[in-house]
Design a protein around this ligand. Structure first.
Ligand SMILES: Cc1ncc(COP(=O)(O)O)c(C=O)c1O
Length: 398
């Protein structure tokens, strides 16, 4: 008897979640592990959002809602797009799902099918590739260069397009590099996208976590002709420190929204009713806490970059967004820990976990084996202690 469906062998567990689980297990066993692993703000969900959830429970808002989300939240999402992005959407063009991850999976399921190729600029977030495999499409990872700020160039896009290409995923600010696409680069890409009639999936989940004088932009903001062929995937996890609440949303052409709503009605039904009420409070309520979080992340980014610059052989471009840095540590490849020669980012990350008690994700999971990805959603004290240990462990290699 065949035990499991073949598609299960196409994917591996998320390396970031696996590393986080390992770090938590070591901590539970009493080890002093500092985790730079998980992409999760270390702040609490702001009080007014938590209060809205408590009120929802007290009011008995605890039943099924419409499968694609409550109108009040869809309207708050539309208001957000008008306010922040000057993009006009109607509630019928919005679907609320169980987190940004679920939103993206739904979008891929409705847009792409076996035989389709989907271009993903790499290094890329760990889940695009497995999700595309699960829906039967072929992810085409196109390597970008730190010299271009890890952004896809129009020539690289053009060269990757075949008659099977159906779509392009853009994630800005990016996980794992923290780099952002500027208006000029987006405009150049838009011309290629229009010429080849592609779908755009714009993963804007880090929109609000952007630093210095960098301005957020996505493709439909820059090129209105792309409005009808772009689906924006977004969520509350990162902006409002709401990772556990599981609220994501999409906005795009009505036919896509209706298709996703149909899928959701037959699979998960509605996202948690209580979380939806909390999400309304997050989007419509005071935004000061977002500004405070951004200020902290910006300061920590500078701290991390300063400490990394102090480690011989490590280079790291300065990211403008998200809460990740993506240093190149390949200068340490070929060095030895005892008898073990460290050859890959996995070897280096394994060594740093064992010898320095620091959990850091190897770049291999994001499609770049010369690098490590560190999340700086960690206290200043842990950043200083953790990177001190990393430096010491790297310098101890022979
Ligand atoms: C690039 C990117 N997109 C989407 C998500 C999904 O986040 P969530 O499912 O918590 O909304 C993440 C989370 O790590 C991410 O890094």
């Amino acid at each position: 008897m065949r035990q499991l469906a073949d598609r299960i062998d196409l994917i591996a567990p998320s390396p970031t979640l696996a590393l986080d689980a390992k770090a938590k297990a070591l901590k539970a066993a009493g080890q002093d592990v500092i985790s730079f692993g998980i992409g999760e703000p270390d702040f609490n969900t702001p009080d007014h959002i938590r209060e809205a959830a408590i009120k929802a429970i007290r009011d008995g808002f605890t039943r099924y809602t419409p499968a694609d989300g409550i109108l009040e939240l869809k309207e708050a999402v539309c208001a957000k797009f008008r306010r922040d992005n000057r993009l006009g959407y109607q509630p019928g063009q919005v679907v609320i799902s169980n987190g940004g991850k679920h939103t993206l999976y739904n979008i891929f399921l409705c847009l792409f099918q076996p035989g389709d190729e989907v271009i993903v600029p790499a290094p890329a977030w760990v889940s695009y590739e497995p999700m595309l495999h699960l829906v039967g499409a072929r992810p085409v990872l196109v390597k970008t260069s730190p010299d271009n700020g890890y952004t896809l160039t129009p020539a690289e896009l053009e060269a990757a397009i075949t008659p099977q290409t159906r779509g392009l995923v853009i994630n800005s600010p990016s996980n794992p590099t923290g780099m952002t696409y500027g208006a000029g680069r987006l405009k150049e890409l838009a011309a290629v996208i229009l010429r080849h009639d592609l779908w755009v999936v714009s993963d804007d989940i880090y929109e609000k976590l952007i630093y210095d004088d960098c301005q957020f932009a996505n493709l439909p903001m820059i090129e209105p002709a792309l409005y009808d062929r772009t689906v924006i995937a977004h969520g509350l996890s990162k902006t409002y420190a709401m990772t556990g609440w599981r609220v994501g949303f999409l906005a795009g052409p009505e036919k896509v929204a209706r298709s996703v709503a149909k899928v959701q009605s037959q699979t998960t039904s509605n996202p948690c009713s209580i979380s939806q009420k909390a999400a309304v409070a997050a989007l419509n309520g005071p935004q000061e806490t977002v500004g405070e979080m951004v200020k902290s992340f910006s300061r920590r980014r500078d701290l991390v970059l300063r400490l990394l610059a102090d480690i011989p052989g490590v280079t790291c471009p300065k990211p403008q967004g998200a809460f990740y840095v993506f240093p190149d540590i390949s200068a340490y490849f070929g060095k030895k820990s005892g008898e073990q020669v460290l050859k890959t980012s996995d070897d280096l990350a394994g060594y740093l976990l064992d010898k320095a008690g620091t959990a850091i994700v190897p770049g291999s999971g994001f499609g770049d084996d010369h690098t490590l990805r560190l999340s700086y959603a960690v206290s200043d004290e842990d950043i200083v202690r953790g990177l001190g240990r990393v430096k010491e462990a790297l310098l101890a290699l022979k």
